[in-house]
Design a protein around this ligand. Structure first.
Ligand code: ASP
Length: 367
């Protein structure tokens, strides 16, 4: 673990802020009383400390800024283009984003920015930056510090796509939004934090990815969003699920199962899954539990899914698996190639061969 009191800076680091919208920059519409995204000038004027930041800051903006409920694959490609077109001119990137879909965006970017060698830190807030008790100031200031931080060799401390929120730095494709009310809005249940920030920055180096610095970062802009997420529940109906599974454009299904990856012993489910798999649709098994991994060999109720050609999603989040499918489907026309890549860890999003003992050790470390 590296502990540093303050980021040591030789020359002023250069940071590009990409402002997409979200609560951090919102203000109240006087007519309706609802929060609406405002432009970046409003955010800066609500935060006089902005001028004191020890980094050279440039800003790119979404025009107009959006509530993150409107985020989509085209806008992810726009963010990736902004980063790749400016990649060599900056030490790091900070993305201001609404919290609602932040974990989807951070997951998508982790795949779309292959061999990332610089920090891309997403943050936002639960209260607008203009409000007295806002969490936005601390989140933004610290995200900029993390994006600027270098190690003794002059390499970035965190060359990854991450979410920084409420003192925790979390790998982007491991994050889940867990709270719509409290300031502790994000958590990572199956992977340790990358940095814990209090008075000091405690970087957990051994959990941070090391890219190949000799190779370039490769941006990928094309996604194929023909995927669906569906959750099993007791009483699920054949006629309804059939319509989804037989949809002609469908290429990938994220199936949210029970416990360690189990499904009811209902013949129609197995038949539908098997037929979809034979048409080339990739079906990935993700548990409805937030902590732990899918183990289809553990119970008969899981083993039958394996026999129906369902693929293990290991300990992936739904957000990571949905965006990984979109990315792989955009990259490969052949569903077999997509299937092969789905079971690989592309950007640290799954822990392959996790045993329960190992996971329990993680849990103790995390909480
Ligand atoms: N609805 C807002 C958004 O996601 C919530 C937030 O930013 O916290 O844009």
């Amino acid at each position: 673990m590296t502990k540093c009191k303050e980021t040591k800076k030789m020359a002023k680091p250069k940071i590009l802020i990409i402002y997409t919208g979200g609560t951090i920059g919102m203000g109240m519409d006087p007519m309706t009383g609802v929060l609406e995204p405002l432009d970046f000038n409003h955010l800066v004027s609500s935060m006089p400390e902005f001028k004191l930041i020890q980094a050279e800051i440039d800003v790119r903006k979404f025009d107009p800024p959006i509530d993150s409920s409107d985020m989509d694959p085209m806008r992810w490609a726009e963010i990736v283009s902004m980063i790749s077109n400016n990649y060599n001119n900056y030490d790091g990137f900070v993305i201001l984003h609404g919290t609602d879909t932040m974990a989807y965006t951070s997951s998508a970017l982790s795949f779309m920015l292959e061999n990332l060698t610089k920090p891309v830190i997403l943050t936002g807030s639960q209260l607008p930056i203009g409000e007295l008790r806002t969490d936005g100031k601390e989140n933004l200031m610290t995200a900029i510090e993390i994006a600027s931080a270098k190690n003794a060799e002059g390499r970035p401390m965190v060359p990854e796509v991450c979410i920084f929120f409420n003192g925790k730095l979390i790998r982007g494709n491991r994050a889940i939004k867990i709270n719509a009310e409290g300031f502790h809005a994000f958590e990572s249940f199956n992977y340790p934090h990358l940095c814990d920030v209090g008075i000091n920055f405690q970087y957990h180096d051994h959990h941070i990815l090391t890219p190949d610095y000799r190779k370039p970062m490769v941006p990928h802009l094309k996604l194929d969003p023909n995927v669906i997420v569906f959750s099993l529940f007791p009483g699920i109906q054949d006629n309804i699920v059939r319509h989804v599974m037989e949809s002609p454009d469908l290429r990938g299904i994220v199936m949210r199962t029970f416990g360690s990856g189990n499904a009811p012993h209902t013949p129609w489910i197995m038949r539908l899954l098997d037929q979809a798999a034979h048409r080339g649709v990739n079906i990935v098994n993700i548990s409805q539990c937030l902590t732990g991994s899918v183990e289809m060999e553990r119970y008969g109720a899981g083993f039958q899914l394996k026999a129906a050609h369902v693929i293990s999603g290991y300990d992936s989040t739904v957000e990571a698996m949905v965006t990984k499918m979109m990315y792989l489907q955009g990259r490969y026309a052949d569903n077999k190639k997509v299937r092969e890549k789905l079971t690989e860890s592309l950007a640290g999003e799954i822990s392959i061969s996790v045993s329960y003992t190992h996971l329990r050790a993680h849990e103790t470390e995390l909480h």
